[in-house]
Structures are given as structure tokens and as C-alpha cells.
Design a protein around this ligand. Structure first.
Ligand SMILES: Nc1nc2c(ncn2[C@@H]2O[C@H](COP(=O)(O)OP(=O)(O)OP(=O)(O)O)[C@@H](O)[C@H]2O)c(=O)[nH]1
Ligand SMILES: [Mg+2]
Length: 299
């Protein structure tokens, strides 16, 4: 049996979380067109006859001096420390820039166990040869070992070949998780993430970055038979400013109502029981500069 940790690294919006969900066949990590959606190290697990692979999705590697971004970048770096293998995900619809150069530097100690995924090959403006030339120039060792894979995380094209290669390279070992586990996330975290995803998709520009979710209360309701009847959740969408709160609430509360009902619907399909969500909006000024909050939130 094989068993390995595989960290997924790349710039924001490269498609890391989409890939993780595709591989696991479940919604493990939230996805959005807004860069810097993922804020944590998210584990997704697959178990086959060949063995078990534990994937670690990470925040997009982004160059900025802001405290918040520092935390996210450190997380991506720390995921490398845990990795037996690395998937470096490139967005082939965007020219490789400074971020890609920095990621290549960061990956240097892992080159021999890195596979480069040229993602979004399903799109007409995908230029895999530009991305491949960039890798050849900056890290020819990777090209020499034949570790470049064109893929589409969205359609699944090319993903099977990546898995085959990962299983070939994986060390022998015992599974770390039971075979029916596809993630190790606690329900509370998954609830927060799904609400955040729906808040992101219902807001624009800078607002998604200013939001986090706080669970005020969570309670399982049981039927008389002892069976779980429903999960009852009371949560807050937290913004940085009053004006942002206003946008999140929307006219007559219609925005927060939509976020609430989309979240409740998806949560009820993810969990094997119905979820009832009570969602409100509040403000926590400048939370992105608060070390205490960032430490408790970004891990
Ligand atoms: N057409 C197409 N779109 C993709 C593909 N992979 C991801 N996307 C889209 O790209 C956007 C970003 O995808 P994510 O999976 O959230 O990207 P990420 O790398 O996890 O982003 P961060 O968490 O912000 O670092 C979403 O709108 C996805 O639907 C792909 O292979 N093809
Ligand atoms: Mg992500």
C-alpha cells in the first residue's frame, strides 16, 4: 500500500481548490472567481486499492506586505514542510509573472518531487507552451524528469494521469484515515466556509476579502428515535466597515437572505441531515490587522 501527503501550491485563482474537489469527488474546498478564496490548509483524502493520498489545498501564493497576506503565504510555505510530493498549479490563461518566479524559488528544495500542472487547458486562451517554457527556463530539472501535466481541473481532463504518477512516486505506508473519509474538516469549519463562499459569490470587488464567518451557536436536534433530525446553526457574517455591512445586508435584507438560503441549501446537501441556518451581519473593524483573530482563523 502507498500513503503520501501531497501539497497543492500556486498563485491565487490557479484552480487549486477546484482540483482538490475534482480529485475527491466531493465539495471539500470552497471555490470562487475571486482570488484568495482559500485561507486555510484544507485536507482532502482519496483511498483506492493502490493506497491513500492526502492532498493539502493551500491559500494562493500572493506577494504583498499586508499582515493578512503574510499569514496566508506562511501557510502555503508550511504545507510544503508536510509534503511527500508537491503539485504546482499554473494558470495557463495568465502569463507567468513575479509570483510564479517566487513560487519556483520557494519550491526549489522540492523540485525532485514536484509535478507541474498546467491548468485551465479547456479555455481558448490557454497557453500551456508559454507556461512550459517558463518552467524550462527557471527549473529545467522539473522538465527533465517529465513532470509536466496539462490538465483541466474543471472538466477533469488529464487528472487521471496525475494520480497515476502520484501513486507511482508515493512511498509505501499505511493509510492515515479510514477509507470512507474524504476530508478531516470539522462540521463547524465546513459550515463557515460554505457561508463564506456564498457571501463571496454575492458580493464584488474588495468585499470578499473583508468578510469572515463566526459561528455563534450550533446544535444537533434529535428525533425521539435518537436519529439526527437537523443541525441548527446561528452564524454571523463579519465585515470590516459599516458600509460593507450595508452591502451584505442589501436592500430590505435581500442580500443576506439570499446568502442564507443558498448556504442552507448547500449545507443540507453536503451533510446527511438538514441544516437550519440563522444568519446575521455584524462589523469587526480592522480585523485583518488583528494578530489574535488571524491566528485563530488562518491555520
Ligand atoms: N475553465 C476553467 N476554470 C477553472 C479551472 N480550474 C479552476 N477554474 C476556475 O478558476 C477560478 C478559481 O478557482 P479556485 O479553485 O477557487 O482557485 P484557487 O487556486 O483555489 O484560488 P485561491 O484559493 O484563491 O488561491 C474559479 O472560478 C474556478 O471555477 C479549469 O480547469 N478550467
Ligand atoms: Mg482555493
Amino acid at each position: 500500500m502507498k500513503s503520501a501527503f501531497v501539497s497543492i501550491i500556486g498563485r491565487p485563482s490557479a484552480g487549486k481548490s477546484t482540483l482538490l474537489n475534482r480529485i475527491c469527488g466531493e465539495k471539500v474546498s470552497i471555490v470562487s472567481p475571486t482570488p484568495q478564496t482559500t485561507r486555510n490548509k484544507i485536507r482532502g483524502i482519496i483511498t483506492e486499492d493502490r493506497g491513500q493520498l492526502i492532498f493539502i489545498d493551500t491559500p494562493g501564493y500572493h506577494n504583498s506586505e499586508k499582515k493578512f497576506n503574510h499569514y496566508l503565504r506562511d501557510l502555503a510555505g508550511s504545507a510544503l514542510e508536510e509534503a511527500d510530493m508537491v503539485l504546482y498549479m499554473m494558470d495557463t490563461t495568465r502569463p507567468p509573472g513575479k509570483e510564479e518566479e517566487e513560487i519556483l524559488q520557494l519550491l526549489k528544495p522540492w523540485y525532485s518531487k514536484t509535478l507541474v500542472l498546467m491548468n485551465k487547458t479547456d479555455l481558448p486562451d490557454s497557453k500551456p507552451d508559454v507556461a512550459a517554457a517558463f518552467i524550462k527556463e527557471g527549473a529545467s530539472e522539473i522538465v527533465d524528469s517529465g513532470a509536466i501535466f496539462p490538465v483541466s481541473a474543471a472538466t477533469g481532463a488529464g487528472v487521471g494521469a496525475v494520480l497515476d504518477r502520484l501513486y507511482e512516486l508515493a512511498p509505501e505506508g499505511e493509510p492515515m484515515y479510514p477509507e470512507d473519509f474524504y476530508t478531516d474538516q470539522q462540521p463547524e469549519f465546513r459550515v463557515m466556509e460554505i457561508i463564506r463562499e456564498k457571501a463571496i459569490s454575492n458580493t464584488r470587488e474588495e468585499l470578499p476579502h473583508s468578510i469572515y464567518v463566526e459561528i455563534a451557536d450550533m446544535e444537533m436536534k434529535y428525533a425521539e428515535s435518537g436519529e439526527i433530525k437537523k443541525l441548527w446553526v446561528r452564524a454571523f457574517l463579519v465585515a470590516e466597515r459599516e458600509s460593507q455591512k450595508g452591502i451584505l445586508v442589501g436592500k430590505g435584507g435581500e442580500n443576506v437572505k439570499r446568502i442564507r438560503s443558498e448556504s442552507q441549501k448547500e449545507l443540507s446537501s453536503i451533510f446527511p441531515y438538514n441544516v437550519h441556518l440563522d444568519l446575521r451581519v455584524k462589523v469587526n473593524p480592522k480585523w485583518r490587522r488583528n494578530d489574535g483573530i488571524l491566528k485563530s482563523m488562518l491555520y
